[in-house]
Design a protein around this ligand. Sequence first.
Ligand code: MG
Length: 171
Amino acid sequence: MAIDPKIQAAINQQINHEMTAAYNYLAMVVYFDQINLSGFAFWMRKQHEEELAHASKLFQYLSDRGGTVELQAIPKPSAQFDSVAHVFQAALAMEQANTASINSVYALAKEINDYATLSHLQWFLDEQVEEEKTMEETLGLIRFAADDKSALLTLNNQMANRPTEPDTTDA
Ligand code: MG
């Protein structure tokens, strides 16, 4: 069944959100590189790659449905951070906004009984629970470390151990 133009537009918008998130995470890599927290920089680069994979997954889905992918401009990321906590606050806010965005695509698909899109978006809903949880937990640890530089360096070392998630590349 041909994809509804409204769903196509919403998915194209969501592709742009994922690319925007990817670009914002890349700006966070820049920040961590500048302050020599290479573990955090590595972790954020993985996050950047995950967002690219999300965009790619939606791209493939729209293409598989016979839809037209329309790539839109990616806004310049805000690169002004004044602390590690500030970066993760921004990351959490971005993930919360992205959850709301996916929810709205889901609501639209539900409204027009697009079951295939509902099924595809299920993965994204689960992923958002994970994303928000990770950002909240990391922010909690950073706040716990507070002004303790050695605790922050320990955390930096732990961040370097982030594995690549295989389930984001099977689109
Ligand atoms: Mg994403």
